[in-house]
Ligand binder design. Structure first.
Ligand SMILES: Cc1ncc(C[n+]2csc(CCOP(=O)(O)OP(=O)(O)O)c2C)c(N)n1
Length: 340
């Protein structure tokens, strides 16, 4: 498994990033964790319908998204808020989506990110379509798709991987192997020893990396993006990580996994090793930490305010996002729903 930054903050090899950039990405991870914890709290207060926390997966999401160009496409899941935010998806829309508000799924047109996919694996074929379209149009943008270990058991994974390899589509398949698909452990998901080795069957490179290592994630994703942009086709990255929290706010992981395992992974916290690295170089301090945590909390609170300040939807509007013109039975239901 490829690793650059060890859990104790030491380098196995030269860093692909300057210290100042690592500091910026650390700040982004602090921001992501703040957002994530507030997401869970909001759900518990009944202000979100459901929330899927990504605590423990910040390096995988922030490190990979940092390697993208601003117009590269992203198709991700309900657990990928940090990656989506890094690529420009407005936080207030991520939050609004979690209340069930359809407007949360319509980012501004200049944001190259699809709404989060709840359908496991379904968005992977969309990412391949976006990458293929970019290639046919002679554009230099690539597509990245994020998915979990469980998604690799879906037919969509096979179709997306095969099509991307056959047509040399500029696409990066980024699997966050976080150990579990709800309560199903990765070992019961597939007989393959690794997720990365599945790439061999499709005829593309596959690489397994320490997904809690910001630098390994950044470097590997950067190389995969460069391959894709250079016309060399797709890559599968397996970022080995761990979901420290529950699957969603409706889940109790105590029923299917040992607390000791989670504690073990807490010692491999993706933020802590970067903090140690920065501290060693004297570019981290307690006061800076407090300052960035405060700034993150303020920014997230503002997004919450904006999301909660959106005008309420009328009963007819749930019919409006799917069809250009409503089929007759839905038109009838819409009329009924909107009758005073
Ligand atoms: C097609 C489909 N089947 C089942 C579900 C129910 N479901 C939601 S999340 C999930 C597990 C997904 O696990 P994984 O792909 O490893 O991602 P993770 O949630 O761990 O990030 C399942 C089975 C769904 N949303 N979509």
């Amino acid at each position: 498994m490829f690793q650059i930054l060890t859990p104790s903050g030491a380098l196995n090899q030269e860093s692909p990033l300057e210290v100042e950039m690592i500091r910026r990405l650390y700040r982004a991870m602090v921001f992501a964790r703040t957002y994530d914890r507030k997401g869970t709290a909001l759900q518990k207060q009944g202000r979100l319908a459901t929330y899927a926390p990504f605590e423990g997966q910040e390096a995988a999401q922030v490190g990979s998204a940092a390697a993208l160009d601003p117009d590269d496409w992203m198709a991700a899941t309900y657990r990928d808020g940090a990656a989506m935010w890094m690529q420009g998806y407005p936080l207030e829309l991520l939050l609004a989506g979690r209340t069930g508000d359809e407007r949360g799924g319509s980012p501004p047109v200049h944001v190259p990110v699809l709404p989060p996919s709840i359908t496991v694996g379904g968005h992977m074929v969309h990412a391949v379509g976006l990458g293929w379209a970019a290639k046919l149009r002679g554009e230099s943008r690539i597509a990245i798709t994020y998915f979990g270990d469980g998604a690799t058991s879906e037919g969509d994974f096979h179709e997306a991987m095969n099509f991307a390899a056959v047509f040399s589509v500029p696409c990066v398949f980024f699997c966050q192997n976080n150990g579990w698909a709800i309560s199903l452990p990765r070992e019961e998901q597939t007989r393959s020893e690794t997720i990365a080795q599945k790439a061999i069957a499709y005829g593309m490179p596959g690489v397994q990396i320490d997904g809690n290592d910001l630098l390994a994630v950044y470097q590997t994703t950067k190389e995969a993006i460069e391959r894709a942009r250079g016309g060399e086709g797709p890559t599968l990255i397996e970022a080995v990580t761990y979901r420290l929290g529950p699957h969603t706010t409706a889940d109790d992981p105590g029923r299917y996994r040992a607390e000791g395992l989670t504690e073990e992974w807490r010692r491999r916290d993706p933020l802590e090793r970067v903090r140690l690295f920065l501290s060693e170089r004297e570019v981290w301090s307690q006061s800076w930490q407090q300052q960035i945590e405060k700034e993150a909390a303020e920014e997230v609170d503002l997004a919450i305010e904006r999301a909660e300040g959106m005008s309420p939807l009328g009963p007819g509007e749930i019919f409006d996002a799917m069809f250009e013109s409503l089929p007759p039975h839905l038109a009838r239901q819409r009329a009924e729903a909107t009758q005073q």
